[in-house]
Design a protein around this ligand. Structure first.
Ligand SMILES: *Cc1c(COP(=O)(O)O)cnc(C)c1O
Length: 420
């Protein structure tokens, strides 16, 4: 965090940017962050992101760098790798990916050849852009084949998955999601992949923190070859990516990240990730992760009590998806805007096989990592569920919305934002 002296200097140099920073801090304090991929970084993370490590070039890996002056960068990167391996029970870790998307690209490009087939989950069923969306470069470079969830249960039908895998003969089976509210049994994916001789990759970008805390299953325990996660979502670290893999893929993965895909790693981010992995190994973080899932269930229960329809009828993790069309007769964009007006930040979301386009989809996605980091518990989730349901039912009635916004402010004024 910048000191008040540093902020005064910024105000003098560039008042426009200074005012935007003040505005963002105020927005984060008075509003409530319910986007499941967002969180509040640990205060130590903010300190290190603005530290001297931002000045340093460190192309290469510890002990094998292209520039001099690496005694401190080598130390932090070695600590970051060792802590990540211990935290996730992994044989090898690469802490250099600049964010989640290049992290996944580095895996595909390191283990496969362009044109190879990858089996991954359909975007509208919860997959991520980097899992082969046609608009992504990866979708052009590789042949992505998709699996879906069963519309009746919301779960993955593994007999269907096996049939698709036998037909497509993928080199890699990818699981992981951005908007799927359930857990997996990773052994089921591993069985399918083994049957067709494919490698396995779990992209746990959203739930990395819940896996670190052993609140959700760890794909590496099921024998997965590769696991990727962002460090800025449920882990509360710096924006960045982490690749964990079996030792036999270490060389290929490292060479794919650098020099294959990236140049100099962001050493301020690596330092912040190292501290994050230490904090995530502590009992307090386990309690936090546990509370994230308890809160998600409480929020789901509060909404369902008010006849709100949730995709898959609930949640096993930190997120839930409301079918806003079925519940309130409005699309996800209208729902997101109404909630913005009462101080709740959410995001519109496509639902499985959504008949509506991504900018006006049928759903809305919510998550509990950020409110839990502020110290909120089940009682607050019940209040938030009430505010959401009443706001969406109010259909733009500004007088009702004013009262609901006051309820949000009453709630957020009692819980500080970590690090601000
Ligand atoms: C967020 C996310 C990513 C990408 O992360 P960015 O840091 O935004 O590039 C990749 N995969 C999944 C499943 C994600 O949820």
């Amino acid at each position: 965090m910048p000191s008040s002296q540093e902020k005064a200097q910024l105000a003098q140099t560039d008042n426009e940017i200074f005012l935007a920073l003040k505005g963002e801090e105020a927005r984060q304090r008075s509003g409530l962050e319910l986007i499941p991929s967002e969180n509040y970084a640990f205060p130590e993370v903010l300190t290190l992101l603005g530290s001297a490590f931002t000045n340093k070039y460190a192309e290469g890996y510890p002990g094998r760098r292209y520039y001099g002056g690496q005694e401190n960068t080598d130390r932090i990167e070695t600590l970051a790798r060792d802590r990540a391996k211990a935290l996730f029970r992994a044989e090898h870790a690469n802490v250099q990916p600049l964010s989640g998307s290049p992290m996944n690209q580095a895996v595909y490009l390191g283990l496969l050849e362009p044109g190879d087939t990858i089996l991954a989950m359909d975007l509208s069923h919860g997959g991520h852009l980097t899992h082969g969306a046609p608009v992504s470069h990866m979708g052009r470079l590789f042949n992505f084949v998709r699996y879906k969830t069963d519309p009746a249960t919301g779960a993955i039908d593994f007999d269907h998955l096996l049939a698709v895998a036998r037909e497509a003969k993928p080199k890699l089976v990818v699981c992981g999601y951005s908007s799927y509210p359930r857990d997996y049994d990773y052994a089921d994916f591993k069985r399918v992949a083994d049957e067709v001789g494919a490698l396995t990759m779990a992209d746990v970008s959203h739930i990395g923190g819940l896996i670190a805390a052993d609140v959700m299953r760890n794909p590496l325990d099921a024998g997965f070859d590769v696991m990727t996660t962002t460090t800025h979502k449920s882990l509360r670290g710096p924006r960045g990516g982490l690749i964990l893999c079996k030792e036999k893929f270490a060389k290929k993965i490292d060479a794919s990240v650098f020099p294959g895909l990236q140049g100099g790693p962001h050493m301020n981010q690596v330092a912040a990730a190292a501290v994050t992995f230490r904090l995530a190994a502590l009992p307090a973080f386990r309690d936090y992760a546990q509370q994230v899932t308890v809160n998600a269930k409480a929020l789901a229960a509060a909404l369902m009590e008010r006849q709100v329809k949730l995709i898959t009828g609930g949640t096993d993790n930190h997120l839930l998806v409301i079918d806003t069309v079925a519940s309130f007769g409005i699309n996800g964009a209208e729902a997101q805007e109404a909630l913005d007006r009462v101080g709740l930040t959410t995001n519109k979301q496509v639902i499985p096989d959504d008949p509506n386009p991504p900018m006006r989809p049928s759903g809305l996605r919510l998550g509990t990592p950020a409110p839990t980091a502020r110290g909120m518990g089940e009682r607050e989730m019940t209040e938030i569920g009430g505010i959401i349901a009443e706001t969406l039912a109010a259909k733009g009635d500004r007088i009702a919305e004013e009262k609901l916004a006051a309820r949000t402010r009453a709630l957020t004024s009692r819980f500080a934002v970590p690090g601000l």
